[in-house]
Ligand binder design. Structure first.
Ligand SMILES: Cc1cc2nc3c(=O)[nH]c(=O)nc-3n(C[C@H](O)[C@H](O)[C@H](O)COP(=O)(O)OP(=O)(O)OC[C@H]3O[C@@H](n4cnc5c(N)ncnc54)[C@H](O)[C@@H]3O)c2cc1C
Length: 604
């Protein structure tokens, strides 16, 4: 029994004046038996024979979940524990381990804990069997794809998990028409991807092998279904829109166990909800079909680190960055980040598409020349603008030949094409201390308002590091990309923002109870205070709270408004239509306000 449950039981005991052994109390203290989900200690928990039945119904794909960190708690000094903590820096190892998540927890929010059982689904029939079983036995159900949720959306102790990892087939189409849309929608090139696929697999098939482009996420190991349902941005989203904006059709198992097709013509409200309405909420997506695009000739990157030697020089540098972005980079070609840190440092980590290396170098020359002209004020290292044929961008052979850019999967039997960006390495197996994000409206780039933005960035970065992710706000993007992103469930602020400001802090793999690897709770709490202070001046620049669920604060107060804005009532109606019993629950998901914080008890 966890601490929270102990407290619930204790409070009910006091209220009811009941004294009885703890095990039977759980049942005695429920608001109403039908309003709570069944846990392993409860009388209604399925019998071994019933679990065997689910195993048979899923062709033996039911797994009793093992939790590697339980062994580490028992044997903290063993070689196996040392190996586990090394492996917790490999996102492919974590992704292939049913009992783990890519983020191991968040200070005072959640800690990864295993499901009781998982169905390692290979077909939509397996998924339907698991959904029907969970509904019939009133189990907590959770869905895990790539396992990257910051908010713990794919983590639920004592639950039955649908694990989609093995559903990773990829099929390209020359001319796809969503089912039931013939005559209404023109055929277009597309790719169908099993919902358990990670983006690297999609990029390998679509770009490296077929020479086309599909809009996914930046991190190669993120799951396709989780990213698209969360909205989802990649480095080149200013040109191609969000992941959700490119969804043409989904196959989804809803709470009634029915396998449905959702697209613009069939189940359109479900389709709308899947386009950014949040994962783990409306059903289990089993396959997604996404628009593909002509591949640009070149992709490239512009990098530099600039350190100011005084406060005045730093402020001038931030002014210059903001003005330079507004004048030269606020267009569909440029994405990714510029970071501001310590009140002294600006880190440029930008990417481009649709222009060649020479044009990109000429774009940056005036800015770099300005920095170089003031050596007493600035020290600049590694200014570099480089391009490569876009087809090689996710080509493991090419990327692994470039020093320092990527890391491979170091398991002996790992496929050669596995890699992840070195820059994502810090987040692998992380325990988050805090994380905040805010869409910044494009009006701030107007000359008369740039000063406000500069003031806020200087103030924020004197407290903690903050980055502007320009590819995660669609303003300035290609008109078609902006229009398609507006036609999703995401807060429309996404289309009016020039960037998403992100700040956060984390520690490396740690877990409560593992001696020598305990999370640093005191530092976690102290960091969270600084992270909130950092974001405060940037939040004040917003008209109202606006960000997206995938990369946001677990403690976001106005989460309905922030994530979905005016779309929330429409999403709530879709939830009611397709899951009136609340089988699918995630923290701060649509309809989650009806449930206790862990999703076990219906409120009211
Ligand atoms: C290192 C790192 C880098 C990231 N980079 C980016 C980025 O570049 N751009 C961006 O937009 N986001 C990024 N994110 C956020 C990421 O996109 C979201 O966390 C996304 O939801 C993860 O999907 P997943 O399948 O990997 O994770 P999961 O934790 O498995 O799933 C996320 C949510 O979706 C649900 N879900 C998963 N699969 C299904 C399914 N088949 N049907 C129904 N629900 C499902 C889960 O229940 C959970 O609630 C990043 C996160 C990390 C940790």
């Amino acid at each position: 029994m966890d601490r929270r449950r102990l407290m619930t039981t204790g409070a009910s005991l006091l209220a009811g004046g009941v004294l009885a052994p703890a095990r039977s109390l759980a049942a005695a203290t429920r608001i109403a038996p039908s309003a709570a989900r069944v846990r392993p200690d409860d009388a209604g928990w399925p019998s071994d024979a019933q679990w065997d039945g689910l195993s048979r119904a899923t062709s033996g794909r039911l797994i009793k979940v093992q939790f590697p960190l339980a062994d580490a708690i028992a044997n903290p000094d063993s070689p196996a524990t040392a190996r586990l903590f090394r492996d917790l820096k490999n996102p492919f190892f974590i992704g292939d381990t049913v009992g783990l998540t890519q983020t191991l927890g968040w200070t005072d929010a959640w800690t990864t804990s295993p499901s009781a059982y998982a169905v390692a689904a290979e077909t939509s029939a397996d998924v339907a069997a698991a959904v029907n079983f969970a509904r019939a036995h009133r189990l907590r159900l959770v869905v895990k794809g790539g396992g990257h949720s910051y908010l713990g959306g794919s983590n639920a102790p004592d639950s039955l998990m649908v694990w989609t990892r093995r559903m990773n087939a990829v099929e390209l189409h020359d001319a796809f028409v969503p089912a039931g849309c013939k005559g209404r929608l023109a055929p277009e090139p597309a790719v169908s991807v099993g919902s358990g696929a990670i983006w690297l697999r999609a990029y390998d098939a679509v770009t490296t092998k077929a020479g086309r482009y599909v809009q996914g996420g930046g991190c190669t190991t993120v799951g396709v279904a989780g990213l698209v349902q969360g909205g989802g941005f990649g480095s080149f989203s200013k040109a191609f829109g969000s992941g959700a904006a490119n969804l043409l059709e989904a196959e989804v198992v809803t709470a009634d166990g029915v396998v449905r097709i959702a697209n613009a013509c069939t189940n359109p409200e479900l389709f709308f909800a899947l386009k950014g309405g949040g994962g783990g909420t409306f059903g289990v997506v089993t396959r997604l079909t996404l628009r593909t695009h002509d591949l640009p000739a070149m992709f490239g990157a512009a990098n530099a680190r600039i350190e100011a030697r005084s406060d005045a020089a730093y402020r001038q540098l931030v002014e210059k960055v903001v003005g330079f972005y507004a004048a030269s980079l606020f267009n569909p070609h440029w994405g990714e980040q510029i970071g501001f840190r310590g009140g002294t440092v600006v880190n440029v980590n930008m990417v481009f598409q649709g222009i060649d290396q020479k044009t990109a170098q000429e774009t940056w020359k005036p800015f770099f020349d300005w920095v170089k002209a003031a050596p007493d004020d600035y020290r600049m290292s590694a200014p570099l603008v480089l391009a490569l044929p876009a087809r090689h961008f996710w080509d493991a052979k090419v990327m692994k030949s470039l020093p320092g850019i990527v890391k491979g999967d170091d398991r002996p039997d790992a496929p050669a094409e596995h890699f992840f960006w070195s820059g994502d390495g810090g987040q692998v197996g992380q325990v988050l201390h805090g994380y905040q994000s805010a869409w910044l409206p494009q009006a701030l780039l107007q000359p008369a308002r740039q000063g406000e933005l500069v003031d806020a960035l200087v103030q924020a970065s004197n407290t903690w590091g903050v980055s502007l992710h320009f590819n995660k706000g669609l303003a300035g993007g290609a008109p078609e990309a902006v229009a398609r992103t507006r036609d999703t469930a995401m807060n429309p602020a996404a289309a009016d923002a020039f960037a998403l400001a992100i700040t956060g802090g984390e520690e490396q793999p740690a877990y409560p109870g593992v001696k020598g690897h305990e999370p640093d709770l005191a530092k976690g709490r102290a960091d969270a205070v600084q992270i909130a202070r950092c974001m405060a001046p940037l939040r004040r620049l917003q008209a109202g709270p606006a960000t997206y669920i995938s990369e946001s604060d677990y403690f976001e107060k106005d989460w309905r408004q922030a994530y979905w804005g005016p779309h929330y009532p429409r999403l709530r109606a879709a939830k009611q239509k397709y899951d009136s019993g609340g089988l699918f629950y995630v923290h701060h998901g649509v309809g989650s306000e009806d449930w206790s914080a862990d999703g076990f008890t219906r409120l009211g």
